[in-house]
Design a protein around this ligand. Structure first.
Ligand code: SF4
Length: 376
């Protein structure tokens, strides 16, 4: 019996107060960390709540009726999110991913999308705005999101077999409603649509070929994600990871594939396409093929803490600067630059060099932040 760790809520409150450099430098649109990785993507968690209880992210025995979710007052307002996003864009961010928890649970999310869609990069380009959702509310909200300026969407779907899917989301949610959400998203013109499947060996790996068969020739890009040791509550074990290399072998047996080039540096998915023109798939191999070398992603938690890695154990409290009221955008911008320029995170690379199940040096047992708090 694997013993699950019950997180103490206080972890969410542990954060460094950002340092404001004495010298304020104007942003240049290019900000590199200690490994020369330019800041490019900003993932914004707009809620820590979700209506699913996927065991690899928000296990129900931990995130139960007694779990203290964040009060509304502690969440960043849409104005605060937009103000911070402007600052990050001036430093080179071009892609915004809205996440959660389940972002569509945040009321009036289309209003925020409208505010972000009005921002442009220093060179005048519109931002690339996308969202990761479990699609439980997508059928209802897709049109409003599209009208507000959302361009595309990523849907989390871990199987087509209804029993398997209901077991994985652990709230008995039917797969048909997720497929309906994808269909409506397609109809309203959100594109491309990507579907992310987290593969847990022994739980849903039998769904790999049915998922591939279902989404082939549909225009949807299906990505298979290795089960990760995110947070401290999912009881992760290496023997429940199906390495992408083995997954690709299974797929190749059914549908011959060929590798294709990345769309851009820092893309998390390794891209493949069906040789017969049936479309594209991807594999995201954080455990067996780390991609920290190009990682250009910053994460903003629901209450304004900046995290530099999905596996971090502490953030930087930007909300404190916002709500203090005495800090200018220039000062907050300088603080963001100072934080990113000091970044050296490469958790997956370090993990890969260790025996399975060993903890990464430097994490000194500090509990990693929950993925549901900073977004995947
Ligand atoms: S482990 Fe951290 S540094 Fe590496 S790719 Fe993931 S988020 Fe980036």
């Amino acid at each position: 019996m694997i013993e699950k760790v019950i997180p103490l809520a206080d972890l969410r409150y542990a954060a460094r107060m950002p340092h404001i450099p004495a010298q304020l430098q104007a942003p240049t649109g290019m900000l590199a960390d200690t490994l020369s990785r330019p800041l490019h993507d900003l993932r914004i968690s707009v809620t820590d709540r979700c209506n699913f209880r996927c065991s690899y992210c928000m296990p129900s025995e931990v995130f139960n009726k007694d779990y203290a979710f964040l009060p509304q007052s502690s969440l960043l307002s849409f104005e605060e999110i937009t103000r911070l996003t402007k600052i990050f864009v001036a430093h080179g961010v071009e892609k915004i991913r809205l996440t959660g928890g389940e972002p569509l649970l945040r009321k009036h999310l289309e209003v925020l999308i409208g505010m972000l869609a009005r921002l442009t990069t220093p060179s005048g380009k519109p931002l690339d705005i996308t969202l990761t959702t479990n699609a439980s509310l997508l059928a209802k909200k897709a049109q409003a999101l599209k009208d507000a300026g959302l361009q595309r969407v990523t849907v989390s779907l871990d199987g087509l077999d209804d029993a398997v899917f209901r077991r994985m989301n652990d709230v008995d949610f039917p797969v048909a409603d997720v497929l309906k959400g994808i269909e409506v998203a397609h109809k309203v013109g959100l594109a491309p649509i990507k579907v992310n499947m987290v593969v847990k060996r022994g739980t849903n790996d039998a769904e790999i070929l049915p998922m591939a068969r279902h989404f082939r020739n549909s225009g949807v890009v299906l990505r298979f994600i290795e089960y990760m040791d995110v947070g401290a509550t999912n009881g992760w074990r290496m023997d429940e990871v199906l390495p992408s290399a083995q997954l690709l072998e299974r797929l190749q047996a059914g549908f011959p594939l060929e590798a294709i080039d990345a769309n851009y540096t820092g893309e998390t998915a390794e891209r493949w396409r069906y040789r017969d023109g049936g479309g594209e798939i991807g594999v995201i191999s954080s455990v067996t093929k780390a991609f920290c070398g190009d990682c250009n992603r910053a994460r903003l938690s629901t209450e304004g803490k900046l995290f530099l890695c999905l596996f971090a154990s502490q953030g930087h409290d930007l909300r404190a600067l916002l709500r203090d009221g005495s800090y200018s955008d220039e000062q907050i911008s300088a603080a963001v630059a100072h934080i990113w320029q000091g970044r050296s995170d490469r958790y997956s690379e370090l993990r890969a060099a260790l025996p399975p199940d060993a903890s990464v040096p430097g994490s000194d047992g500090a509990r990693r932040v929950e993925m549901s708090y900073i977004g995947g």
